[in-house]
Design a protein around this ligand. Structure first.
Ligand code: G3P
Length: 222
């Protein structure tokens, strides 16, 4: 099995911008080096290029459009994020939902640039649908638990188990992440034991006074 992925989404939190984004990336790189666990970061577009160039950890976009480069305005192309140094992108996050056709276009655009596609989903049925589009990862996040401080691993482990089964029934090569309220090594261990390949999280790290303390806890049981 490959190393689990801990992917930290900085969202548009004030605590995840600019110098603070650099501080979180510094902590993530330090803990990744100490533990050998892959820790990625998904900053705002504005911070993507500097973080990708200053740090060795994988940097993801929070969203990507399927649009080709050219005469379009305000679109985020896969080519643009690749040029900025991204390793991949989230698609269809609960806070940035897309149509099914748009999701497919975004996955295709990422694959054309050899970037990692992480489609977010909200339950086992949409996870199965996402898997049919052949992304690298499906990330299952029950929306009601996002930012709640209540961990999906503890509040709804069944949805993780069912989503892993639903994704693998469609395509065994698609890896599964889970997220919402993830905050400790115990949450991560439960998720991994239920068959996921890692976690997607935000507030517990982004809002922490010392992100390295939470990151060390997150990897402590792997
Ligand atoms: O993208 C991760 C996210 O939606 C989960 O957020 O704050 O519950 O870890 P949080």
């Amino acid at each position: 099995m490959s190393s689990p992925l801990i992917l930290v989404n900085l969202k548009t939190y004030k605590e995840g911008m600019g110098a603070r984004a650099h501080a979180i990336a510094t902590a993530a790189q330090m803990v990744a080096q100490e533990s050998g666990v892959t820790i990625g970061i998904a900053p705002s577009y504005i911070d993507l290029h500097p973080l990708a160039h200053h740090f060795m950890i994988p940097v993801y976009a929070q969203h990507v459009d399927g649009t080709e480069p050219g005469a379009h305005t305000g679109q985020i192309t896969a080519h643009a994020i690749k040029t900025a140094g991204a390793s991949g992108s989230l698609i269809n996050h609960s806070e940035r939902r897309l149509s099914l056709a748009d999701i497919e276009d975004s996955v295709r655009a990422l694959k054309a640039q050899k970037l990692i596609a992480v489609i977010c989903s909200n339950n086992e049925r949409t996870s199965a649908g996402a898997a049919a589009l052949e992304p690298d990862y499906v990330a299952i996040e029950p929306p009601e638990l996002i930012g709640s401080g209540v961990s999906v691993s503890k509040a709804n482990p069944e949805i993780i188990r069912r989503s892993v089964a639903a994704v693998h029934a469609v395509n065994k090569n698609v890896k599964v992440l889970t997220g919402a309220g993830i905050q400790s090594g115990e949450c991560v261990k439960i998720a991994i034991d239920l068959g996921t390949d890692g976690v997607l999280l935000a507030s517990s790290v982004v809002k922490a006074p010392e992100p390295a303390v939470i990151l060390r806890d997150l990897v402590s049981k792997l």
